[in-house]
Design a protein around this ligand. Sequence first.
Ligand SMILES: CC/C=C\C/C=C\C/C=C\C/C=C\C/C=C\C/C=C\CCC(=O)SCCNC(=O)CCNC(=O)[C@H](O)C(C)(C)COP(=O)(O)OP(=O)(O)OC[C@H]1O[C@@H](n2cnc3c(N)ncnc32)[C@H](O)[C@@H]1OP(=O)(O)O
Ligand SMILES: Cc1cc2nc3c(=O)[nH]c(=O)nc-3n(C[C@H](O)[C@H](O)[C@H](O)COP(=O)(O)OP(=O)(O)OC[C@H]3O[C@@H](n4cnc5c(N)ncnc54)[C@H](O)[C@@H]3O)c2cc1C
Length: 627
Amino acid sequence: NDTSMQHRNLNHMTREERFSEAMRRTLYALKVLLPREGWTPVGPEMKYLARAIKEFTFIIHAGVFIPCIMSYGTNEQIAKWFPLAADFRIIGTYAQTELGHGSFLRGLETIATYDRANQEFIINCPKITAMKWWPGDMGKSANHVLLMAELVIDGKKYGMHGFMVQIRDLTTHEPLPGVTVGDIGAKLSFESVDNGFLYLQNVRIPRENLLSKLSEVHPDGTYIKKGNQRLMYGSMVRVRVNLIAHEIVMPLAKACTIAVRYSAVRRQGLINPSKEEVPVLDYVAQQHKLLPQVATVFMAHFAAKQLVKMHHDYSLEVEKGNTSQLPELHALSAGMKACLSEQGAAGAEIVRRACGGHGYSCGSGLPFIVNRMLATCTYEGENTVMQLQCARYLIKCADQAKKDKLTGSVWYLSDFSNMSCTAQTFGDLQEPSVLVKLHERRAKCAVQHAGKKMQNMVKNGTPAHDAWNMMATLLINAARAHIMQYVVGTSVTYISELSCSASLKKILTQLCALYALHNINSNCGDFVKFGCLTSAQCDLAQEAEFNLLKQLRPDAVGIVDSFDFTDDILQSCLGAYDGNVYERLFEWAKQAPMNKTEVHQDSYQYLQPYLHEGRDVLEGRGRNSKL
Ligand SMILES: CC/C=C\C/C=C\C/C=C\C/C=C\C/C=C\C/C=C\CCC(=O)SCCNC(=O)CCNC(=O)[C@H](O)C(C)(C)COP(=O)(O)OP(=O)(O)OC[C@H]1O[C@@H](n2cnc3c(N)ncnc32)[C@H](O)[C@@H]1OP(=O)(O)O
Ligand SMILES: Cc1cc2nc3c(=O)[nH]c(=O)nc-3n(C[C@H](O)[C@H](O)[C@H](O)COP(=O)(O)OP(=O)(O)OC[C@H]3O[C@@H](n4cnc5c(N)ncnc54)[C@H](O)[C@@H]3O)c2cc1C
């Protein structure tokens, strides 16, 4: 209810206005509305912010920079920098990606050379491709970066390490000597975020600015390893775990709310020629577009909750020095981020497109969501690279399953029980246990298929790295299959253990079955190829999905209402709670800057001469008055 938090019409603002407005609103929220005893920018308040603010800045500051200080800093370094960052007295970002490298971290070129005489690191970007490029909040906001750079001591390289580097004066905000920094320009989305470039030339930082939880450099230049060096990649695991809820589940829920509400209001065409125009939501084709995406919101939410719990448990173990769960967590977080962002971004576009022309209007609020979700397929680990990381772990586990009984998310790879499907009716295929088994079998076969193909190539003399490259598409499919069985399995378990009303459990069970069946019907080639389903059972699977669409149609609006987004957050003429779509669209259009005058003077100057000429022609004068 605080007018300072009400959204202005983002679409009618310039990029710079949106950047400033997002910063104003974010800081107002962080400094005025939220702070209470002991709050931190990585606490539950941030979830409120992520939900309550359509565009906010300092996402990387809060979502990556501060958590990295906690992950990579010693207790002394945390005590020094965390309070400053939590209170926004320093604004930081996570500067890892370079103009020339993003996915292949061993290829990063920014160098931190130890100067023993002065006990300092000298930071350099030796060439243009070494320039940091993309980090959020870096172009104009941040005055510090957590710089990921190659540590060099006496000419020897020690790999990527994290360094705290101040880049702007804390009083004037001007770039410091040796620092060239700025915004990288317009992007597909994130208009309010100043993703930036950073060129460092002979920038000196104290030895104490190497974040030293995992390794340290003594004054004499001695390098000490202090833990599992793969923990250096830990921040990316945490962000992949966190971003599923914030950047995939929530935006898809918003898009589904808009599209389902609009589809309940928009009347277009006839089903029964003798009846009146129907709401487009009555078309099965429309239900087939929208409702599986609604189901995806819930299933991704349940699976993400399980992954967050797994990450929390793992973090407690790491504190005790046990990093044994890291490989599985890395594979699962990489695979989940890739597969759910792929599904979510595609799903948001499917529901946008299902809203016809008005879905193409920014007044729908849908292009904003779609464009922003597309970024989830790239940042925090490009999806292909992440799926291959997941597949790398699966292939290793499949080999191990031949001699050991596996546990955790890959347990099914060592399940050699009879997994043939005996479904005779479409009702059999709506059974959660049947759907889980089908997904486990498909995933197991997909992993084994990719592994077998590579083994055969290597047996025939192909180098292992070439076999890997040539089978990449099968490996990616195996990663997707693994994640789908994880999402279906965890969701079925979660719903079965949920204490809620029978009617709610029924809806959630139907949504879970719809998600699983939509996935089967979208990938039935795999399910038949691997002998999971017969062709006849595939027909039953389609029938089962259509039956669920019919059952869920009456509750469709109620289900998306349960996401409980305010009109202010949705910022959508199509998705507003009152359903007054047309009045809202017209009011929204009239507010467009283009309409602030009846005649657009800037363009009229070009049009006017022709308008006069046209009149001359019509009245028989002018150059070619043949009329
Ligand atoms: C005020 C604010 C208001 C609101 C805020 C609201 C909410 C905030 C909270 C949350 C929001 C969430 C997120 C924020 C939103 C969006 C995020 C926006 C921007 C994203 C930022 C970025 O993009 S940062 C840059 C990301 N970059 C990457 O991910 C790079 C990807 N590449 C790599 O990770 C690596 O290069 C690699 C893994 C692909 C390859 O590395 P390398 O060559 O070294 O390894 P190998 O492949 O040879 O594998 C070697 C072994 O290492 C294992 N491994 C690899 N990676 C990891 C890992 N991460 N963890 C553990 N183990 C790992 C690998 O498995 C191999 O092991 P083996 O046993 O098989 O040898
Ligand atoms: C909105 C946004 C915000 C971002 N914020 C940050 C940030 O705050 N901090 C930060 O450090 N970075 C940030 N990034 C950068 C992001 O992490 C990188 O873009 C991402 O890691 C991909 O790296 P790249 O862009 O160099 O693509 P590349 O690694 O060059 O990949 C290009 C393409 O090559 C293919 N490819 C690459 N490697 C392989 C492989 N091994 N196998 C098969 N195919 C492959 C893939 O198709 C890939 O899409 C952000 C990016 C975006 C879009």
